[in-house]
Ligand binder design. Sequence first.
Ligand code: BJW
Ligand code: ZN
Length: 248
Amino acid sequence: MLFDFVLLDKLRAARHIAVFSGAGMSAESGIPTFREAHTGLWAKYRPEDLATPDAFLRDPVTVWNWYAWRRELLRDAKPNPGHLAVAQLEGLVPKVTVITQNVDGLHQRAGSSDVIELHGNILDTRCFDCGRPAESAAVKASEEVPPRCGHCGGMLRPGVVWFGESLPSAAWSRASEVLEEADVFFCIGTSSLVEPAASLPRYARSCGRTVIQINPEATSHDVIAQYILRGKAGEVMPELLFAAWPHG
Ligand code: BJW
Ligand code: ZN
């Protein structure tokens, strides 16, 4: 891919880069996205049956087992060249912050040191009733589905954000602060349909940041991006880094 010289100059001059990522970032690691036709999770399952507090209260066993299956998928997954390129940015610009909607922890496993998880982490478990986090050893040892909270006896649930739930307030306020100071904002592998996360690229643009969109498909946020790089994150990101910093 050929890149605009002005874009390459902006990357080299950046003091702080924000990377906003969605499920497409992990697609090349074998983790299914949500909304893609045929392959996305929501093509096979209904979000209202699996990813809401009401769904969990109606059928906790099904919801727990669905998340257990997704944790299994993650066990075999590795960070892909897109995650690795994002992590590599840390050696090239003074500050890099990853703001991710993903719950898979692959950015951290790739080596990114500053990752804000807007939708939680699928490997965390907490009590539905009292909110206390649960020890993973106790969860693994439990024979109950879902396991029970050691403090109040409530049902344990995955530590992710379901529809109708608020985002973790510390993560949301840090993400907003990052947009105040980052000069470049990458928007990678997200359909930008889920609020309030999808407001971040709009906010970045309104703050005058350079917005770069990386996605093989068009999204509603193409209109706010100054640069649209049409392709897979695991291909475009390494090529872009090589074009901007050929000597590493
Ligand atoms: C590639 C690629 C490759 C493929 N390389 N790219 C207006 C304002 C505020 C709220 C709302 C609102 N309107 C509606 C709402 C409510 C709701 C919402 O947004 N609904 C919309 C769907 C309409 N939002 C909420 O409920 C949120 N909470 C909230 O608003 O709290 C306030 C409140 C409280 C109470 C009442 C009312 C308001 C919470 C949202 C939580 C989202 N949770 C999920 C599940 C997480 C747990 C789990 O994993 O199971 O988060 S849903 C799912 O969508 C997941 C994702 O993080 C999220 C975003 O999806 P993403 O990442 O964009 O994936 P896809 O599949 O959509 O797109 C993949 C993209 O990758 C595509 O574009 C591909 O082309 C691309 N791609 N391969 C690069 N190789
Ligand atoms: Zn509890």
